[in-house]
Design a protein around this ligand. Sequence first.
Ligand SMILES: *[C@@H]1O[C@H](CO)[C@@H](O)[C@H](O)[C@H]1NC(C)=O
Ligand SMILES: *[C@@H]1O[C@H](CO)[C@@H](O)[C@H](O)[C@H]1NC(C)=O
Length: 407
Amino acid sequence: MASKISSTTLFTFLIFLTCLLLYLYSTILPFFTSQTQSTPPFSNFNKNPPPCNYFKGEWKSDPNRKPLYDSTCPFHRNSWNCLKNGRENMEKINSWKWVPENCGDSFDRINPLKFLEFMRDKSIGFIGDSLNENYITSFLCILREGDDGAMKWKGKKGVWRGGYFPKFNVTVAYHRAVLLANYEFQPIPQLEQSKYPGLKGVYRVDVDVPSDKWVDVTKFYDVLVFNTGHWWGYDKFPKETPLVFYRDGKPIVPPLGIQSGLKVVLESIVSYIQREVPLTTLKFWRLQSPRHFYGGDWNQNGSCLFDNPFEESQLDIWFSPSNNGVNKEVRQVNSLIEDALQGTDIQLLPLTHLSEFRADAHPAIWLGKKDAVAVWGQDCMHWCLPGLPDTWVDILSALIHYNLGSG
Ligand SMILES: *[C@@H]1O[C@H](CO)[C@@H](O)[C@H](O)[C@H]1NC(C)=O
Ligand SMILES: *[C@@H]1O[C@H](CO)[C@@H](O)[C@H](O)[C@H]1NC(C)=O
């Protein structure tokens, strides 16, 4: 009798225990999984908050400040080598120092030797348009001060270029992919030209196909810096040769305008990066570099012969889309990029604001070639080197150090 009661009790108890365990399991498990999901496994990266915001601050004059390199750096591109091209005011341009708010001593200029030592056996890749090339050129010239054995990397037609720093086994390189997605020109066949008056051909953009200029190289790099934006305009793709967007190999209907096309490409490229580029790769997306054309766009005699950086109060007048100025597009593109990057592990490099001040720092008419201004207009888009991009390098190197360091 006693054994019968105890076996019934035991049976009831076991059922109760099973139910209890199932209940606990079902309530506790989601808690643990959502915990691990909300803390991404970037085991390599610093999880403490950054020391300060490098992107907000002011330019202060420091007459003793000197650039880290000169016109003899072998990585220069001729049209940005403002010292060699005799740009006026270069000492003054390079005497301005970016001072982020509330950073105290925690924001410093890059020390090329220490940075290369820190990056030993690692590599940094830049992917995008000529503004990223402007960036990397500054980076290479600066790093060369830490390893004068630096060797050039150069591909055909400037498709990729970079440098290798043999003392530290560090590579820093650029892959040109101005739209980030694949695109190619398709001329209108002779026989069909009467059907499309005024159309010479179209640039077909496959929104879901990352450019083959970079798609195979991402796993090589420990740090990647993406950008795009300056090519998304009707000056690059006018109505005689417009962009036409494709998905799954078929034209998107109804056809997208340039801004909507950019939005779709950003979403698709960002999702590709999230799927295919390892979590252990430190990823940045740099926001737009502002242009400073005054009195017209580049092809309308726009100029940028300024002696000083702007005052903060001038920035909205020049760049706010509500003023409809020739330089408003940068902030519009930025907001599309910010939307596309939400919830990803790609960190923003919002270099726009600090650069908006620097109307004084473009190559303007000093382009190193006699007819360049007559043919291309002034360059109020790229930057003199040495110059503003050196500050971009200071910030990027600080953030790389911060993310990959153990601090
Ligand atoms: C250089 O660094 C790479 C990793 O980026 C490594 O695979 C390679 O062995 C290193 N080479 C030398 C000579 O240390
Ligand atoms: C630019 O300036 C040149 C020379 O002053 C003039 O001939 C030309 O018409 C101007 N172009 C525009 C678009 O204003």
